[in-house]
Design a protein around this ligand. Structure first.
Ligand code: ADP
Ligand code: MG
Length: 404
C-alpha cells in the first residue's frame, strides 16, 4: 500500500500534530547558523495553513539529558519560523500537558504553535506509551515530515501514529521517499554510485545494497584505502580499517562477478599529517609515512567522465578531507561533475550534503537528502520506523472503512 501523504487526506480545519526536524545548528549565543531544516518544513506547514488546520509542531533539538535545558529550547526555531511564515507562531513552554492541549484547541484556523523540545521528556527516546499518548492528545491527525528522524523509534515517530485518528507523511518526507526510491527501484541506467567518507564499516550496508543495483561504483575518501590495501597496493599511513580488508576484497570480487565497474583512486593528495597547512603532494604511489587525504586530479578526471554518463547517480560521502582547503579539490570536482550530470542525481549523507552546499551547487542536483542517517538506512532497504508506523496506521484505518 502506498504511503499516505497530506494530499491524500481531507484535512480541512483539522487539528494537526506535525512532527518536523527543527534540529538546527546554533552558535554559542543561541543564534541559528543554518535554517535549511526549518525551510524544508515550510511547504507542508503552508499546505496545512491553506486547509485552515490548527497546526501543532513538535521536534527534537540537540541532546538534552531528558530534562528541560534552555540551551536546547526550540524558541529560536519558533522565532525563525515566524519570520519565514511572516505570521504569528505561538511557543508553548512545555511539550505536553493540559495547558499545551488548551493552547492547541485555542489556535485559530491556520494558526501555528511550536511545543518545546521533545527530548525534554525521557519518554521521547524510550518511546513510552504514556508520553506518546500525551503527544497524541495535541491533535486528531498526525503528520510526520521529519525525514531526518524517520530512522529513530522514538515516541513522536514510532509511537504516536497508532494513537491518532489518522496519520500520514508530509511533503518533505514524500519528496525524500520518491527521490530515494527512484534510485533504488528501476533507476535509469547506468546507475553510478559514488561512496566516500570516513569508514567502510559505516557504509557497509549501503555498499551491499548498491552492489545489487549499480553499474559502476566509485570509492573514494578514507574508505578507498581499505580497498587499495585489499588489492595489495601501498597505502602508507592512510586510514585503513584492518578488520575490513577481507570484506573489501570480497566486495571487489563481487563487482568483478557482476560486471560492476569498480573505480578506486589512481592518484592521491598526500600529506604526513592530517593538518590544514601540512605539506602536500600529488602521487600515484603512496610512500611510507604519507597518508592519502584526497583523490588526485587524474582520479577526478576519470570519475567526472563516469559521472557524466550516468542515467542515475547517487553520491554519499566526501572524496577527501574537504573541510580543509588543501584536501577539498577531489570533493569539489565530484560535486561539479554531479551538478552537471544530465541524469537523475541524488546526494545523501550529512557531510556530502554540507559539501555540495558549501560549493554552492546544491540547487544543481535533483535531490539533496535532508536526512543523513535516515537516507542511508533507507538506501540499505531498512523499513524506517517512522514510515512503518504510518503505513501500518493507514492499513488499520483502511480495514475499518478507509481514510477520510
Ligand atoms: P557523510 O556524512 O556524507 O555520510 P561521512 O560521515 O562518512 O560522510 O564522512 C565524512 C568525513 O570523512 C569527513 O569529515 C572527511 O574529512 C572524512 N574523510 C574523507 N576522506 C578522508 C581521508 N582520505 N582520510 C581521512 N578522513 C577522510
Ligand atoms: Mg557524516
Amino acid at each position: 500500500m502506498a504511503l499516505p501523504n497530506v494530499t491524500d487526506l481531507d484535512l480541512n480545519e483539522a487539528r494537526v500534530l506535525l512532527r518536523v526536524d527543527f534540529n538546527v545548528p546554533v552558535d554559542a549565543a543561541g543564534a541559528i547558523t543554518d535554517d535549511n531544516r526549518i525551510r524544508a518544513a515550510l511547504p507542508t506547514i503552508r499546505y496545512l495553513q491553506e486547509r485552515r488546520c490548527k497546526i501543532v509542531i513538535c521536534s527534537h533539538m540537540g541532546r538534552p539529558k531528558d530534562a528541560p535545558d534552555p540551551r536546547f529550547s526550540l524558541e529560536p526555531a519558533a522565532a525563525r519560523l515566524a519570520e519565514l511564515l511572516d505570521g504569528e507562531v505561538v511557543l508553548a513552554h512545555d511539550t505536553v500537558g493540559e495547558h499545551v492541549e488548551q493552547l492547541a484547541l485555542d489556535l485559530p484556523p491556520g494558526g501555528v504553535m511550536v511545543v518545546e523540545n521533545l527530548r525534554f521528556h525521557p519518554g521521547e527516546k524510550s518511546n513510552s506509551p504514556e508520553f506518546a499518548a500525551a503527544l497524541a492528545r495535541l491533535g486528531t491527525v498526525f503528520v510526520n515530515d521529519a525525514f531526518g528522524a524517520m530512522h529513530r523509534a522514538d515516541a513522536s515517530i514510532a509511537g504516536v501514529p497508532a494513537l491518532m485518528d489518522r496519520a500520514c507523511v508530509g511533503l518533505l518526507v514524500k519528496a525524500e521517499v520518491e527521490a530515494l526510491s527512484k534510485v533504488m527501484e528501476q533507476p535509469s541506467r547506468p546507475l553510478v554510485a559514488i561512496l566516500g567518507g570516513a569508514k567502510v564499516s559505516d557504509k557497509i550496508g549501503v555498499i551491499e545494497s548498491l552492489l545489487r543495483r549499480c553499474d559502476a561504483l566509485l570509492i573514494g575518501g578514507a574508505m578507498a584505502y581499505t580497498f587499495l590495501k585489499a588489492k595489495g597496493q601501498p597505502v602508507g599511513s592512510s586510514r585503513v580499517e584492518e578488520d575490513r580488508v577481507l570484506l573489501a576484497r570480497r566486495i571487489a570480487e563481487r563487482c568483478a562477478e557482476r560486471g560492476i565497474r569498480l573505480l578506486l583512486p589512481v592518484d592521491h593528495v598526500v600529506a604526513q599529517d592530517l593538518k590544514a597547512d601540512a605539506e602536500n603532494r600529488i602521487v600515484e604511489t603512496i610512500e611510507d609515512g604519507w597518508m592519502g587525504l584526497d583523490i588526485g586530479p587524474a582520479t577526478s578526471e576519470a570519475w567526472a567522465a563516469e559521472i557524466q554518463g550516468a542515467g542515475t547517480l547517487f553520491w554519499n560521502g566526501p572524496a577527501g578531507v574537504f573541510e580543509m582547503e588543501a584536501f577539498s579539490s577531489g570533493t569539489r570536482a565530484v560535486a561539479q561533475a554531479v551538478a552537471s550530470c544530465p541524469g537523475y542525481t541524488v546526494v545523501g549523507g550529512g557531510d556530502s550534503a554540507a559539501a555540495i552546499a558549501a560549493f554552492g551547487l546544491a540547487d544543481k542536483v535533483d535531490h539533496v537528502s535532508t536526512g543523513g542517517g535516515a537516507s542511508l538506512e533507507f538506501v540499505q532497504g531498512v523499513d524506517l520506523p517512522g514510515i512503518k508506523a504510518i503505513r501500518e496506521k493507514g492499513q488499520a484505518s483502511s480495514r475499518s472503512g478507509g481514510p477520510r
